[in-house]
Design a protein around this ligand. Structure first.
Ligand SMILES: C[S@@+](CC[C@H](N)C(=O)[O-])C[C@H]1O[C@@H](n2cnc3c(N)ncnc32)[C@H](O)[C@@H]1O
Length: 255
């Protein structure tokens, strides 16, 4: 089960919570069950990327004939219905009162996130991630999928690392995950760039804080969190993705 990297980041002004004992804990399994192991109010930042439920909108891969097919399919895990409201009690339970929530989502889910989370937090906002090189669209009858939405929610007194007004734009612009960063085996269809996650983590947590990703995929949030001196708990249901996350973070297999 959990595997660890034995380092801690001391911060006298902001002592770490009771769990985890080590800096990185990666759990393979269903976060509906594993989240119960996390003590109340012990997480400083939930930074996560749950399923988008886009299966109903997918037209499948597009094969133009003159090149390899454009990947337009959705993963099997995205076909499992994800209801943001059902996760709210556990999210509220584990998050500290000073904590922040960042959750990637899609246009089709935004209303459901807002309906459930706006009444449950003092503030509900949105960050836009603009991809400078989104996948092309064959038919010129709509927008490219160049933006992703990120739900941001918190209560008064939350950790916030802003200085100047120009740092307060709810907008991040980077290329999609590619090149050496993009894992080939296993290939995760929604691997997020570490640069985007780093920005979110810098905004919403401090060194030594505990970051949780209950839908960690191949561990991009963990790579960013560990690189910034945060502690991290990641949960992933697919053993191949969880193993890839362990390799990326230099965490040994549970055996
Ligand atoms: C959108 S992907 C996250 C990708 C991640 N941001 C990355 O960069 O690798 C969502 C992940 O949640 C996982 N997942 C879905 N339901 C889950 C559950 N109940 N418990 C744990 N993981 C789950 C899927 O297997 C998938 O890898």
């Amino acid at each position: 089960m959990p595997t660890t990297v034995p380092t801690t980041v001391p911060d006298d002004d902001h002592p770490p919570g009771p769990e985890p004992a080590a800096a990185v804990d990666l759990w393979t399994g269903d976060s509906r069950e594993l989240l119960r192991r996390i003590p109340d109010h012990s997480v400083d930042l939930i930074c996560t990327d749950p399923p988008y439920n886009l299966a109903g909108y997918s037209t499948g891969n597009i094969a133009p004939g003159w090149r390899t097919p454009f990947n337009n399919d959705v993963a099997a895990w995205d076909e499992v219905a994800f209801d943001p409201a059902a996760w709210l009690p556990e999210i509220r339970r584990v998050l500290r009162p000073t904590g922040n929530l960042f959750a990637f989502t899609s246009y089709n889910m935004l209303g459901r996130w807002h309906d459930a989370y706006d009444p449950a937090f003092d503030t509900f906002q949105i960050v836009v991630w603009h991809k400078t090189n989104p996948p092309p669209k064959l038919r010129r009858a709509g927008f490219l999928n160049s933006c992703e939405l990120i739900v941001a929610a918190w209560d008064r007194g939350h950790t916030w690392n802003f200085g100047r007004q120009r740092e307060m734009h709810n907008f991040i612009e980077t290329p999609i995950c590619m090149g050496g960063e993009r894992l080939k085996e296993p290939r995760h269809p929604t691997q997020k760039p570490v640069a985007v996650l780093r920005r979110l983590i810098e905004w919403g947590s401090r060194p030594g804080d505990l970051v949780l990703d209950p839908f960690m995929g191949v561990g991009s949030t963990g790579v960013a969190a560990a690189g910034l001196g945060r502690r991290f708990i990641g949960i992933e249901i697919d053993p191949a993705y969880a193993a890839a996350a362990r390799r990326r973070m230099g965490v040994s297999d549970p055996g």
